[in-house]
Design a protein around this ligand. Sequence first.
Ligand SMILES: C[S@@+](CC[C@H](N)C(=O)[O-])C[C@H]1O[C@@H](n2cnc3c(N)ncnc32)[C@H](O)[C@@H]1O
Length: 233
Amino acid sequence: MGQVFLQSRRIAEYEVDLLGEPGTVLEIGPGHGVLTKILVERGFKITAVEKDRYIFGELQSLRAANLNLINMDFLDMAPGSYDYIIGNIPYSISSPIVFKLYEFEFRRSVIMVQKEFAEKIAFPDDMSRLYVNAHVRYNVELKRYVSRKNFNPQPEVDSAILVLEKKKYEEPYPLEFLDGVLVQMFSKKRKKLSNIFDICPEDLADKRPSNLTVSEILGLARLLFDSGSSAHR
Ligand SMILES: C[S@@+](CC[C@H](N)C(=O)[O-])C[C@H]1O[C@@H](n2cnc3c(N)ncnc32)[C@H](O)[C@@H]1O
């Protein structure tokens, strides 16, 4: 369950500062409550979802009028509306959590994830299915890196703090269609686009998937959708 616990109150305060004025907040995986305690003190109205029932039991000692603790898997949670979502989330399910978040309404989300995952989502250098899927859903900012030394037990990787803000999705095709195109593209990422798709804009024909911009990929998906085809060679 990715149970490494942040030891630095200063870093936890930095994360809470990124949220903004106190409002309603959903916390994913409160653990021993390093973030939760600060949220309680600052007057946020908190819903905290912890999957582990032993940790959930310990958390009962934090009892506060503005804290609602729930013992369940965040991935099974019914979507709701919060001002903010925060969490130092388990590394192994970062991707499902990031995409589940999209079902919720929120102004800003602050999450701590594995450094490499954060970089993959934040920077286009290594264009990927994950990057495009994240960027059609969110504005993404990598705020800072956090050394593994700040956790107990110490993990084998460093972390980074991401801020996600939801974007309005305005493409004419469903997100699932786009993902199908991305799967096709990135499973053949060394090939030229003209060798992946039957239909492809002329100016992109000689490019490879990893050299495209998000807007070029969205344009290509639009063309494929309009032509009723995502057929590959
Ligand atoms: C990386 S630890 C962080 C704990 C705490 N927020 C901190 O910063 O020290 C992740 C926490 O998420 C909990 N967790 C793991 N999978 C979960 C899930 N699917 N839904 C809710 N909580 C989960 C773990 O039990 C653990 O408490």
